[in-house]
Design a binder for this molecule. Structure first.
Ligand SMILES: [Zn+2]
Length: 201
């Protein structure tokens, strides 16, 4: 059976670990820190969650998040139209940040996780671009801030409530579901397992 050497993050103790069953945890014998946690049914769950996130991506981005009516004026905005409005208002930095953190990075993360896990599930040829894709995922992993944008939406709803007639649209529901999918991806994706599968077939 293949053994891999791990270093404990807490006490630097080196430990050889054989492949452990899904759902089990390998702990450091010296400080009992969790070194390796094989997540349950990681590949299937990640495929399902990333596919759901990708299906939600278009409505969450292009459908109106909310509509606002003041006197006889009514307007609605989606995530994409909001970003365009920021750009047209010459708030280039803010528009770019919205694009990177709320559109580009979540999409790339979902797409990378879907391609890698579906490929491993179907036993497609494990080319080097799997590694490149996973390395890219590592780089953009913390560059997604849908939660921050969601808090901004909730604050604006709270502030505008009473000043205007607000109605929440389907885009907001899709955006919330997309945010949950991206959070769930962090829970289900087992990166050490994927590295092992890519390296060892
Ligand atoms: Zn330790």
């Amino acid at each position: 059976m293949q053994q891999t050497v791990f270093a404990c993050n807490e006490c630097d103790y080196l430990i050889q670990i054989e492949d452990i069953p899904s759902g089990h945890v390998a702990s450091c014998p010296r400080c009992h820190h969790h070194i390796l946690h094989r997540k349950v049914n990681s590949i299937n769950r990640t495929v399902a969650i990333s596919a759901s996130g990708l299906l939600l991506f278009l409505p969450a981005t292009f459908y109106p998040l909310m509509s606002m009516k003041i006197l006889s004026l009514e307007s609605s905005a989606s995530l994409f139209s909001g970003m365009i409005a920021l750009w047209q208002s010459e708030l280039f930095l803010v528009a770019s940040l919205v694009f990177i953190f709320c559109i580009f990075t979540p999409f790339i993360k979902l797409m990378a996780a879907f391609i890698i896990c579906l490929g491993l599930k179907l036993n497609y040829q494990k080319d080097s671009w799997y590694k490149q894709l996973l390395l890219f995922y590592h780089k953009v992993d913390s560059w997604e801030m849908l939660e921050v944008f969601m808090v901004g939406i909730l604050v604006s709803i709270f502030k505008l409530n009473g000043m205007a007639d607000l109605s929440l649209n389907i885009g907001l529901l899709c955006f919330a579901a997309l945010m949950l999918c991206v959070i769930a991806l962090k829970v289900t994706l087992d990166k050490p397992l994927i590295w092992d599968k890519i390296d060892n077939g």
